[in-house]
Design a protein around this ligand. Structure first.
Ligand SMILES: [Zn+2]
Length: 350
């Protein structure tokens, strides 16, 4: 299917794409207005006057207003997706739906973000990121916090639940990895998948290591979780994937396979670096990306650790803690394990 065809079918399904500004490098966020009963908006954009103004204008172009909205669905906990939720809910009285695991985070937004930052800080310090970089990043993160909001979730969703609208059914699919609360909404009849940041066409979504929502203290294997989630998405017979950023995706299987290949290559590159000598997460990040901007320190630490998890799980690297800093060393030379290989093995042959 061509992107033009996909856009036409999306329109025919009563779905309007609203593109709202964010303070992030990724640029605009895609929110989806579903003209159905109830009148539904998926995601909100960030909490800013400019964002609110654009939301009002873009809704008006489709002869709607914030006051008319009846259901607001949040796809995950990131602020470019939840920022205007509080304002929208108070002005419209719309129900606010989000996956159950995100509810507490959303209700405590602010305090929980502070705890997330603490978690990130100690993780980075443990990987050898210098204290001044960590401190600078914490203040950057605090300054972003006002772009979020603390919406009251009136309709918690369960994984696998069917969300019935007048004209369609959306299956709720919890697919963590990019964040712990990533949720997909699957319209099986139309083969349209609302994927938010789980799949983005023009960039690889980061598997950010986030403080677990269930309070467990172990470092989550975010990339491993993300790959497991993507393997499930790969099985869906989706024809149109509506992403949280950028353009519509019409071949999600090829896109996922491409991502898996990139993960594999990066893990192999890290293994080569470790075979040379043991290194910390921070040293690996510098090796891979050069001199890292402060704002990217956590992102790159997450990336490196995610790929190290692939190597560790495959028995090809191990963690050695010395003086509070973790280093990794190469062991073994085998394949990277089933996680990435099975998907390509069952690829349809051309
Ligand atoms: Zn996003």
């Amino acid at each position: 299917m061509t992107p033009e065809e996909a856009e036409r079918r999306t329109e025919e399904a009563g779905i309007r794409t609203l593109r709202l500004p964010t303070p992030f490098a990724i640029g605009r966020v895609n929110c989806y207005l579903i003209e159905d009963e109830p009148l539904t908006l998926i995601d909100t954009g960030a909490n800013s006057g400019k964002g609110l103004d654009e939301l009002e204008h873009q809704l008006a172009e489709h002869r709607h207003s914030i006051e008319n909205l009846e259901l607001l669905i949040l796809t995950h906990q990131h602020i470019d997706h939840i920022g205007l939720a509080e304002i929208i809910a108070s002005r419209s009285g719309a129900e606010v739906a989000a996956i159950d695991v995100a509810v507490e985070f959303l209700h405590n937004y602010g305090e929980d973000s502070e705890r997330d930052d603490q978690f990130a800080a100690s993780l980075m310090l443990g990987q050898g990121v210098p204290q001044d970089v960590v401190t600078a990043l914490q203040s950057v993160s605090r300054s972003f916090r006002a772009w979020g909001s603390r919406p009251k979730v009136t309709r918690p969703l369960r994984d696998g639940e069917m969300l019935e609208l007048g004209d369609r059914t959306l299956e709720v699919q919890h697919r963590p990895g990019h964040s712990p609360s990533d949720t997909l909404f699957w319209d099986a009849e139309r083969r349209i998948l609302f994927a938010a940041d789980h799949l983005i066409g023009h960039v690889t979504s980061n598997a950010l290591i986030t403080r677990p929502l269930d309070e467990s203290s172990e470092r989550p294997q975010a990339l491993v979780t993300y790959i497991e989630s993507m393997r499930r998405t790969r099985e869906l017979p989706a024809e149109i994937v509506l992403s949280g950023h950028g353009e519509v995706i019409t071949d999600h299987v090829a896109l996922i396979d491409e991502r898996f290949e990139r993960f594999r290559q990066r893990a192999e590159r890290i293994h080569e670096l470790l075979a040379d000598r043991p290194r910390s997460g921070y040293e690996l990040a510098q090796e891979l990306w050069g001199n890292i901007a402060v704002t990217q320190a956590f992102l790159t630490t997450s990336e490196v650790l995610g790929h190290l998890d692939l190597l560790i799980n495959a028995g090809r690297a191990r963690e050695v803690v010395e003086d509070g800093v973790t280093r990794f060393e190469a062991i073994g030379d085998g394949p990277l394990g089933d996680l990435l290989s099975a998907a390509s093995a069952d690829s349809p042959t051309p």
